[in-house]
Design a protein. Sequence first.
Length: 114
Amino acid sequence: QVHLVESGGGLVQPGGSLRLSCAASGSIFSINPMGWYRQAPGKQRDWVATTTSGGSTSYADSVKGRFTISKDNTKNTVYLQMNSLKPEDTAVYYCFARDTRTFWGQGTQVTVSS
């Protein structure tokens, strides 16, 4: 079992930045990959970014060039640095981790509004 806890969400003005964190605990040795999804009100959950154990990263086109995913293996934590935020980035952001199953965090709200 893998337990994921997100933090770092909040309210930010358009053009601002936030950094989300996702701390993993439990049976984490075989986890690969980890990353983020988001879900806006009334919409499906969409993939945002992924990082693998080998260090490769990938991004949805909607966030490419603005968001950066990184991982601190010493802390078993994945980060999502979000810059140049737009109102359409408003959503609940969910961390995920995958081995033979997919595990999810509880989500953290990000609101981009003036």
